[in-house]
Write a protein that binds this ligand. Structure first.
Ligand SMILES: Cc1cc2nc3c(=O)[nH]c(=O)nc-3n(C[C@H](O)[C@H](O)[C@H](O)COP(=O)(O)O)c2cc1C
Length: 130
């Protein structure tokens, strides 16, 4: 089984045909397009969405993932993860995905979610103790 970077049906078919892998995993494309495997298998699409090309603070230079400043590198990586989480949360809430969501907004929403979840857990624990 291999996961990571598979984006075109041709490449996936070649990987299977070569015997290098029996199963192909998809991660990021499914966060906005969960029907992708079925659409690929039914030949409705030839390639997956590829958000990683734009989910970053900047394409190149100081604010990009190759920034010389570690905090900016970290925001690009964690922000990317937060971006995908936000898309999953939207789907779970029956909302349309938001491919235009900015990485900073995704980070903000993620941090807010984490705090409210942690408050809810503490409240539940207090309730159990009492
Ligand atoms: C929202 C999200 C959550 C993930 N969680 C995990 C995880 O818990 N454990 C893990 O090994 N990989 C995790 N991954 C990594 C994926 O399994 C996968 O290896 C990675 O996204 C590369 O595949 P892709 O190019 O198809 O996205 C996660 C990826 C995303 C986007």
């Amino acid at each position: 089984m291999v996961t990571g970077g598979f984006r075109t049906r041709t490449f996936m078919e070649e990987a299977i045909a070569s015997g290098e892998t029996d199963v192909i995993g998809l991660g990021r494309p499914l966060c906005t397009d969960p029907d992708t495997p079925r659409d690929l298998l039914d030949a409705r699409i030839d390639k997956t969405v590829c958000h990683e090309d734009h989910v970053k603070l900047a394409q190149r230079g100081f604010f990009s993932p190759v920034s010389p400043l570690m905090p900016l590198k970290i925001i690009n990586v964690l922000g990317g993860q937060a971006w995908y989480y936000q898309q999953i949360f939207r789907l779970a809430d029956d909302q349309a995905v938001d491919p235009e969501l900015s990485i900073l907004k995704a980070v903000g929403a993620f941090v807010k979610d984490e705090f409210s979840r942690s408050r809810a857990v503490k409240k539940a624990r207090r309730g159990r103790a009492g």
